[in-house]
Design a protein around this ligand. Structure first.
Ligand SMILES: [Ca+2]
Length: 456
């Protein structure tokens, strides 16, 4: 589910500083949005609207009004079409009607497929990809770790109980809470019903979000107040950011008061996250991952297809970076090499539990953030290998390079402009095959080389 890798808005405002120039149509869209909320205009009959303005403004307004009316009709029809599925889940008509009353689609959300409207720029479409060093910003990490230690002490009893029953590392749970909502201090900006309705109507993954919409309305039926349905742009709710379907599978009563409250009870939110990780296959007693040093291989060995026991990695020259030696149990763990900045930063061995955190949110940097923050809350420090400065490629460069390598026969399943482990690996393999310097990192230089090879 690459889907969820940006489902949660980063609590760190530095992370969404983004880059991007305003979309040429942004001004017009702002005007559109302004007009669409100007109820005076909307209440006027169509003929009156054409008479209200003159020239360009009138033209824009007329275009807007007719387009908007059509879109809203489509949206309302879509919502009514969801009713049978919602009803089948035991939701009353009264709950459903209240849930969708006055609901309008939110076309500012990322990950939409809009045929008839220009895209609005937003953090989800950053022109430049974020660097690992930015994402894992040291001052922000230090701040979250200090707060995390305080919260860990405050909830030590509950965390110990949760660890016993679920087997999940309690430091990971506190780190997820820190990553997701900055320990509940982050204000979730959206209404989950509106967001999920929009994403089911016009999103790239309509079916998945439709299931989430149905589950979200079911939550209302179960007595969750609408005011608790504040969410990220992708509809995740609560202190540790649960998608509604996950809420029904895994929400738990962590403080033993007989109620499940992932919004106000920290033990409930942590116990729920633990059950979620347990359900995704968390291995009791194993680490999330290990930073390693000095491998004799290059970065093209990165990624799940080249996973092997840690003992094999040692034979390939890798050594633990943060401790003296691996235990016998650790040597037997199967792990893959993960180098989120290619040759320009630390290397990690990623065992099963790293994959489990990635199932929570499908992103190497997300899983690394959570694992590293957990280690820092435990008392650990910075990475042993620093992130080096390098030129950050544009999304377009990454996308074009992916497409070119694919055309040249490299197994590139996605051309999404994101620098995942397979993209880094295939770049490394390409560089190795062509006798280029191997850094497993997209750049204009590698793209130009691949362009020439592909005869473009
Ligand atoms: Ca409770």
């Amino acid at each position: 589910m690459e889907a969820l890798n940006s489902r949660k808005k980063a609590p760190n405002s530095r992370m969404v500083k983004a880059c991007c120039g305003r979309h040429p149509a942004a001004g017009f869209l702002a005007l559109e949005r302004h007009l669409s909320t100007t109820s005076f205009f909307n209440r006027l009959p169509a003929f009156a609207r054409t008479l209200t303005g003159a020239g360009l403004m009138a033209g824009l307004l007329l275009l807007h009004s007719s387009g908007s009316a059509r879109a809203d009709e489509g949206f309302n029809a879509f919502l009514q079409g969801v009713w049978p599925d919602v009803q089948a889940e035991g939701v009353s008509r009264k709950t459903f009607d209240a849930a969708i009353a006055g609901l309008e689609p939110d076309y500012k959300l990322p990950d939409l497929q809009l045929d008839d409207k220009p895209k609005v720029d937003n953090a989800g479409q950053a022109e430049f990809t974020k660097t690992a060093a930015d994402y894992l910003s040291k001052p922000y990490m230090e701040k979250l770790a200090a707060q995390g230690r305080t919260f860990f002490k405050q909830h030590a009893v509950a965390l110990s109980r949760i660890e016993k029953t679920s087997g999940v590392d309690p430091y990971i749970l506190v780190a997820i809470w820190g990553r997701e909502t900055a320990y509940g201090s982050y204000t979730l900006p959206h209404d989950a019903i509106r967001v999920l309705a929009t994403l089911s109507y016009k999103g790239r993954r309509k079916d998945m979000f439709r299931q989430e919409l149905i589950a979200a309305i079911k939550m209302l039926q179960a007595g969750v107040p609408r005011s608790d349905m504040k969410s990220s742009w992708a509809g995740a709710v609560g202190l540790t950011q649960f998608m509604p379907t996950e809420y029904f599978k895994h929400a738990a009563d962590g403080d033993g008061d007989g109620k499940t409250d992932i919004w106000r009870s920290i033990p409930d939110a942590l116990a729920s996250a633990a059950r979620q990780l347990q359900g995704k296959g968390w291995v009791r007693g194993e680490a999330w991952g290990y930073e390693v040093l000095n491998g004799k291989t290059d970065c093209s060995l990165e990624g799940p297809p080249d996973a092997r026991p840690i003992s094999e990695w040692l034979r390939l020259g890798y050594q633990p970076a943060k401790k003296k030696a691996f235990s016998a149990a650790e040597l037997a763990q199967v792990a893959y090499l993960m180098m989120p900045a290619g040759a320009y930063g630390p290397a990690f061995l990623a065992p099963e539990n790293f994959k489990v955190i990635r199932l929570y949110n499908t992103s190497d940097l997300y899983a690394l953030f959570v694992g590293h923050l957990a280690d820092r809350i435990r008392g650990g420090g910075d990475f042993a290998t620093p992130w080096k400065a390098f030129e950050q490629p544009k999304t377009r460069t990454v996308h074009d390079l992916q497409a070119r390598l694919k055309a040249l026969g490299y197994p590139m399943d996605k051309t999404d402009g994101k620098i995942g482990s397979n993209t880094r690996k295939q770049i490394g393999l390409y560089q190795k095959a062509k006798g280029l310097r191997i850094d497993c990192w997209p750049s204009d230089g590698v793209l130009a080389h691949a362009d020439a090879q592909a005869g473009r």
